[in-house]
Write a protein that binds this ligand. Structure first.
Ligand SMILES: [Zn+2]
Length: 81
């Protein structure tokens, strides 16, 4: 009757690394802090690009394709969202 465990599994709070993204089938939306351009990466795409690393570290490494600025914001998108 309790769905807590399922709800916890679906939460994006526990997603901290690229491996977590892949495991939860979540996506990562990256927004440029300078020009506002955004790009959404599936977990597997992020893994192919950067291997497994901390999402904060990935954010620091990503560069905007439009203006060359640093990624300003990372948003974890739950599966299907
Ligand atoms: Zn930009």
């Amino acid at each position: 009757m309790f769905s807590l465990r399922y709800a916890a599994a679906m939460s994006t709070k526990h997603i901290r690394t690229i491996a977590d993204l892949v495991r939860f089938r979540a996506s990562l939306k990256v927004e440029c802090g300078d020009c506002g351009a955004s790009r959404t990466l599936a977990g597997v795409e992020a893994a192919a690009m950067a291997g497994n690393c901390d999402l904060q570290r990935l954010g620091a490494r990503l560069k905007c394709g439009r203006c060359g600025g640093r990624a300003g914001r990372l948003v974890i998108l739950p599966p299907g969202g």
